[in-house]
Ligand binder design. Structure first.
Ligand code: SF4
Ligand code: SF4
Ligand code: SF4
Length: 171
């Protein structure tokens, strides 16, 4: 079955297609329609106090946790002239981290860099028989701030989020 977006696209000649993949900003009302309504003005990028919002695919703003963490200051939402963001008291986003098998501790190498940066103690280390202490992650305590991503020396931590990949009609 062809959905309406696809149908509309098929009726629109001379427009190239491209995959747009972005890491959503906090407090977005609707990730699925974000690229339809964001004008790519860049005001959120300039406003971000930790400079983690970068120009991503198609020129759309995208959060880069390799550059740092979100402090939930709401400056990006405040700076946006479009009605794309929820009120500040709403939950910023639904995302938590995942630690994969590249983790040094899982390879019996001592490392606690992620836990050292986690303010909410969502990552704790437990002693393990016959190995170094192992990370224990509690998603209930994870705010999705991303502070633990860049300190990991082997890129073992990723954010599990509703990153959007869509077909964009015109970039
Ligand atoms: S809430 Fe603040 S720190 Fe987080 S992405 Fe927006 S401007 Fe940056
Ligand atoms: S300020 Fe708003 S409209 Fe401008 S690029 Fe950022 S999200 Fe898009
Ligand atoms: S994303 Fe933030 S709250 Fe979640 S585990 Fe990492 S540092 Fe802790």
């Amino acid at each position: 079955m062809v959905d309406n977006r696809r149908r509309a696209f098929m009726r629109t000649p001379f427009k190239r297609t491209s995959k747009v993949s972005i890491q959503p900003l906090p407090w977005l009302k609707d990730v699925s329609t974000f690229t339809d309504n964001c004008t790519r003005c860049g005001k959120c990028i300039k406003a971000c106090e930790t400079s983690i919002i970068k120009q991503g695919d198609g020129g759309f703003p995208s959060v880069d946790f390799k550059s740092g963490e979100c402090t939930f200051c709401y400056a990006c939402a405040d700076a946006c002239p479009e009605p794309l963001f929820l009120e500040e008291h709403a939950q910023p986003w639904q995302q938590v981290i995942s630690i994969d098998d590249a983790c040094l501790a899982k390879k019996s190498v001592e490392c606690r860099s992620c836990a050292d940066t986690c303010e909410t103690q969502a990552i704790r280390f437990r002693l393990s028989v016959g190995s170094v202490a192992q990370p224990q992650f509690n998603s209930d305590d994870c705010t999705g701030c991303g502070a633990c991503l860049s300190p990991c020396p082997v890129d073992a931590i990723t954010m599990q989020t509703n990153t959007k990949t869509i077909t964009e009609q015109q970039l």
